[in-house]
Design a protein around this ligand. Structure first.
Ligand SMILES: C[S@@+](CC[C@H](N)C(=O)[O-])C[C@H]1O[C@@H](n2cnc3c(N)ncnc32)[C@H](O)[C@@H]1O
Length: 401
């Protein structure tokens, strides 16, 4: 196949019938992408990979559990022949040719009327590469494109009046633990309003024109600061900018994210939420502590310790937590650890219950202190361990060595 003998196109398959014949690993790859693109997939195969069967059970595609039969391409805009039987693939391709339906044959590129490029989506861009029938070269070229885009992001051309806010959960601090969608949102930002515990290393990769606002520096007293952040988000978006609010962990886990959503909604600003990996689960995990473990803990509760037990402002029922049998994951609890441990043991939790405190998780400064409820506050003080830290109380905290 010579250069230029294919015509690259982006097919908008949403709501359109695509017939896939074959239910093996190749079909799994193609079907997953088709379903994600919203295609009306008819999957024809007597047996399918479990994940394909699951998609069928969930109504994401139609599965005809039988061998291919002529007529299966009726109404299809596109066909995939991905069985392990070349003769069947050839029959599918022949029907497609007669019906003028583009057909991708998994086993024979030369006999295909359409090729699947090596492709990826990043930062609102789709990269798709054909390499004259050399799929490995196509994959290598795609990776080279992605690496270049990572180093030198290409900002979108401005659209007027596109002001909006994207609340991005940045994960526990390591830039490798932000989601792909979160990175994509950053690539479209005009302004990034970043929290202290967000993965700040990502800011280094932003194009020069992007304004970075350190939310910790926004003026106002403790109570005012959130209002000031809300006000700034609304003001920037009202001025037509795409504002990424880069937060630590998940925006809705003790992160005041919903207050920001409400402020935007009240001002009529469109707001999108990109969930993040919460430190409540990730930080213990990075220190080798699973928050659940079969036979040890069937669940976990996350609570903030910033208001100590007994304080009239506290809404946490510590007695109920003590009796719950759940792993307790406490954020903002370094300074209140002694008081919390006292309340939990007074309410019946064993003083020998293992406790792990992990400071600065997902950074090079990560440090874990292992203790029990009886001595956790002392161990933390001895180690000089300061916030931010995640405290895990429960038998799972004793699993890691
Ligand atoms: C205001 S809360 C925000 C939590 C965040 N929304 C989340 O889902 O992770 C801040 C607290 O999260 C915990 N935290 C966040 N990042 C952390 C990290 N990298 N290491 C340890 N603790 C962390 C600490 O308890 C810190 O005081």
């Amino acid at each position: 196949v010579t250069a230029g003998s294919t015509l690259p196109l982006g097919l908008r398959v949403a709501g359109r019938r695509v017939a896939v014949v074959g239910g093996g690993p190749v079909a799994l790859r193609r079907v997953s992408a088709l379903v994600a693109a919203g295609a009306d997939v008819l999957l024809v195969a007597p047996e399918v990979e479990p994940a394909l069967g699951d998609l069928a059970d969930r109504g994401a595609l139609t599965h005809a559990a039988r061998p291919y039969a002529p007529g299966d391409l009726d109404g299809a805009w596109l066909a995939y022949a991905c069985t392990s039987d070349a003769a069947v693939n050839a029959r599918v391709a022949a029907e497609a040719e007669d019906a003028r339906v583009w057909c991708v044959r998994a086993d024979d590129a030369a006999a295909s009327t359409a090729w699947t490029p090596a492709h990826a989506h990043t930062g609102g861009l789709t990269v798709a590469v054909h390499a004259e029938g050399d799929p490995r070269r196509a994959v290598a070229a795609r990776e080279a494109c992605l690496a270049t885009l990572e180093r030198e992001p290409v900002a979108p051309v401005r659209r007027p009046a596109s002001g909006r806010v994207v609340l991005v959960g940045g994960g526990p601090g390591d830039p490798g633990l932000v989601t792909v969608r979160g990175r994509d949102a950053l690539a479209t930002a005009d302004v990034v309003v970043a929290d202290r515990l967000a993965p700040l290393a990502l800011l280094d990769g932003l194009p020069d024109h992007v304004e970075v606002v350190d939310a910790a520096k926004i003026p106002g007293g403790r109570a005012m600061r959130q209002e000031e952040i809300n006000r700034r988000l609304v003001a920037e978006a009202t001025a037509g900018r795409v504002v990424v609010r880069l937060k630590g962990g998940d925006p809705f886990v003790l992160g005041r994210g919903y207050e920001e959503v409400e402020a935007c909604a009240a001002a009529g600003i469109p707001v999108e939420v990109v969930p993040g990996i919460t430190s409540a689960v990730a930080v213990p995990g990075l220190a080798g502590v699973p928050v659940t473990h079969r036979g040890v803990s069937q669940g976990f509760a996350v609570a903030s310790g910033h208001v100590p037990p007994g304080d009239p402002r506290s809404t946490v029922d510590w007695d109920a937590l003590a009796a719950s049998g759940l792993t307790l994951v406490l954020l903002m609890a370094v300074d209140t650890l002694g008081a919390i441990a006292g309340v939990l043991t007074a309410a019946g939790r064993d003083a020998d219950t293992p406790v792990t405190v992990v400071r600065d998780g997902a950074t090079s400064r990560q440090q874990a202190v292992r203790a029990t409820l009886a001595d956790a506050a002392d161990r933390v003080a001895e180690a000089g361990l300061r916030p931010p830290a995640v405290v895990v109380v429960g038998d799972v905290a004793g699993l890691a060595s």
